[in-house]
Ligand binder design. Sequence first.
Ligand SMILES: [Zn+2]
Length: 375
Amino acid sequence: MTQTSFELKARDGRARLGVISTPRGEIRTPAFMPVGTAATVKGMLPESVRATGADILLGNTYHLMLRPGAERIARLGGLHRFMNWERPILTDSGGFQVMSLSGLRKLTEEGVKFSSHIDGSKHMLSPERSMEIQKLLGSDIVMAFDECPALPADRKRIAESMRLSMRWAQRSRDAFGDRPGHMLFGIMQGGLERDLREESAEALRGIGFDGYAIGGLAVGEGQEAMFDCLDYAPELLPEDRPRYLMGVGKPDDIVGAVKRGVDMMDCVLPSRSGRTGQAFTRHGVVNIKNARHADDPRPLDEACSCPACSGYSRAYLHHVYRSGEMISGMLLTWHNLHYFQQIMQGMRTAIAEGRFEAWEADFHAQRAEGDIAPL
Ligand SMILES: [Zn+2]
């Protein structure tokens, strides 16, 4: 079986439970994808990432094309072999990061010319080149090449950018071709303008994709504005295809998105925060650098089964953070990724059992309690 598929298994309100099947394994949805920017989830071995419950990782086209280079990764057997992760990988198109990270850049109908943020070398990304790079990497879920205006942007700029992205979506579809076993996702744009979102969704449906992403959110608009958009945006997309909200988010963003019909998400937050001494727990955020933990023999979360919580005290985690020891970022990243996957598993079970609303109420109630009292 070399084909891919998406099966919706249950629905509870607008929340959806499903499975994406690929030749490299199944992806249970709602799914959270840890980010492996430079062919690694920082501080984690691939088998450790898998042990947290992740079915799929995200890789960044922009970073990998610059270093070590897509052609080099292809010569070395592709991204899965290169990074020793044999399960599914989704790669972004490079469009967002080239606009946010690169130096001098020139945007034309053809694509984006830019200079590397690493060494200033000159590069070009277009729909055709992005499809080529993602094929060289061997990614299982390929993202269409799009453009996202820097915010704040006025309505005219958002509309022009969205229409350019829709022309690029068609070129991405054409360049992707027929690749059994691989999926191509289109990306809806349109900012917070409902009619532009509708126009974008209509254009994407006309082209036809294996899945659909909601782009241009989680870029500083705030949770309320994002949820307002998610109150209608997912349902503009085909019912029978996975819906991916890019770059989200904090635990309560994730829960709110799933409640509104989103199936997939990714974010650097659990890994990045783990390296800066922040832990996400059932009771909210814990800053392990805080002096209150220095003598505390209790685990971060007594109900968590991750290695950081089952083997170490808050006092130890505080000590290794303050000492700048590598194990600090390793343990907190593991805990955070584990917690995010626990949220996803909790939602999947709740949707299957038709009790998402009760699960969500409990999720918020536990957070409202706050961290355990200091000793
Ligand atoms: Zn833990």
